[in-house]
Design a protein around this ligand. Structure first.
Ligand SMILES: Cc1cc2nc3c(=O)[nH]c(=O)nc-3n(C[C@H](O)[C@H](O)[C@H](O)COP(=O)(O)OP(=O)(O)OC[C@H]3O[C@@H](n4cnc5c(N)ncnc54)[C@H](O)[C@@H]3O)c2cc1C
Length: 398
């Protein structure tokens, strides 16, 4: 049976980064992953260019039932630390918008960086090794893939969430938590597109149209692009609000956040009364959306002078306060992250070690920590991995 100091399950962002720190700190480290490749999600991320962090990272960019949990790890390994590491590898990067940093050449640059860091620490990585069982003994853990058994003094669970099963997502990390009596905050797909209700399916004809909107739930508002799709609504504004949305709740969408359509219509009613209402609206909103409203009798097909003030008010309500009730979301198939996970009240925010299970650690997305869209989830992977590695390295010195 192979014996190591630390065994890490999951060769994703968190697992690889943690392994590199530990290896470079002198630990004998083995990383197991069920997939054929390391860093599969990283390769797919940011449209193939990996949005690896953000220029502005604060605890407010994260959701967790334990809202103070992220503070320590983010402070100890910050976005600037990871940016320096990226720069030290000569990887060119750029800011796309809102502080989001992407590689210039491709996401494989980040995977190569992580592999090089692991190599520096002599980390061993074994692929096509799906762990099916772990067991704790007095001074070690025993880990089984069915065909092979491993022994480790410390065990790090870096198995990620449930999003994108095609990229190896599995509930194994949650099962390990449950096995050791650690709570799980209920999970759901997040950073995910919404789907149409039956009655809204006519909007599917607008598929491909994007426009800037403000979208709100009672808890949050985001202003960014929204995209109509065949199945529902997507785009950054929608993905962001999905973190703050609950099933059965409507979201309010302002389709023209930079203007006041009622003021515009009142002014035009005086100055250009013979203008068609739909022509005016099409100056500010996608023409196809305006045509669909006319077809659906949501918009009067008339010159502006013929439209009553109350009808204009109702139209302004539709433009600025569209109440959209999603049928649901596209689910884990397309979600970027999983909301919920291993309950952070039961994990040390300093070291990521389970409070009641010595030697067992959870890092990255498997924890109940969900970042906004924009590089925040990778930053959590780096920061939590670093905290864990430091915790393990210093635990031996005590
Ligand atoms: C399409 C897509 C694009 C994204 N883009 C971005 C982005 O640009 N910026 C950003 O910040 N975030 C992005 N994210 C989110 C980000 O990828 C994740 O938050 C991050 O990868 C989580 O890292 P992790 O190491 O915790 O888990 P993962 O990267 O999911 O790694 C977990 C690993 O564990 C392995 N595993 C699971 N179970 C077992 C088992 N039983 N045995 C062995 N191995 C197992 C899996 O194969 C996997 O390799 C994106 C997500 C997706 C799906």
């Amino acid at each position: 049976m192979k014996q190591v100091d630390v065994l890490i399950i999951g060769a994703g962002a968190a697992g690889l980064f943690c392994a590199a720190q530990l290896g470079q700190g002198g630990k004998k480290v083995l990383v197991l992953d069920s997939g054929k490749k390391i860093g599969r999600k990283i390769l797919m991320s940011g449209g193939g260019f990996c949005n690896f962090t953000n220029l502005d990272v604060t605890p407010q960019h994260y959701l967790s039932q334990n809202r103070h949990f992220v503070k320590s790890a983010l402070a100890r390994y910050s976005n600037w630390d990871f940016i320096s590491l990226v720069a030290s590898y000569g990887i060119a990067y750029h800011e796309k918008e809102l502080g989001q940093l992407f590689c210039d050449e491709g996401a494989e640059q980040i995977v190569n960086l992580l592999k090089a860091e692991c190599d520096k620490g002599g980390v061993e990585i074994a692929l096509r090794q799906a762990v099916i069982f772990v067991e704790k003994f007095a001074h070690h853990f025993q880990i089984s893939t069915g065909s092979e058994q491993f022994q480790a003094k410390q065990l790090v669970i870096a198995t990620g969430g449930l999003s994108m099963p095609s990229l190896g997502a599995s509930p194994f990390g949650y099962k390990v938590a449950e096995q050791f009596g650690i709570g799980i905050v209920p999970v759901r797909a997040s950073l995910v597109p919404f789907t149409w209700k039956e009655g809204d399916k006519a909007f599917a004809t607008l598929s491909g149209i994007a426009l800037p909107v403000s979208v709100s739930t009672p808890r949050k508002t985001f202003t960014n692009q929204m995209l109509f799709t065949h199945r529902g609504l997507s785009g950054p504004a929608i993905l962001q609000i999905s973190n703050y949305w609950e099933m059965g709740e409507s979201v309010e969408i302002d389709l023209l956040p930079s203007e006041n359509i009622l003021d515009i219509l009142h002014t035009l009613r005086q100055s250009s009364p013979k203008l068609q209402l739909k022509t005016v609206l099409a100056r500010y909103l996608p023409k196809k959306l305006v045509e669909l409203w006319v077809e659906q009798k949501m918009l009067q097909d008339d010159v502006i002078a013929q439209v009553s003030k109350s009808a204009l008010q109702a139209l302004a309500q539709l433009v600025h306060h569209w109440q959209f009730l999603p049928n649901g979301t596209e689910g884990y198939r397309t979600a970027e992250v999983t909301m919920g996970g291993v309950d952070c009240h039961e994990i040390s925010s300093q070291t990521m070690e389970a409070n009641q299970v010595k030697g067992l650690y959870f890092i990255g997305e498997v924890l109940d920590v969900t970042g906004w869209l924009g590089g925040y989830n990778f930053q959590w992977a780096w920061s939590s991995a670093y905290a864990c590695a430091q915790g393990i390295l210093t635990s031996g010195q005590k």
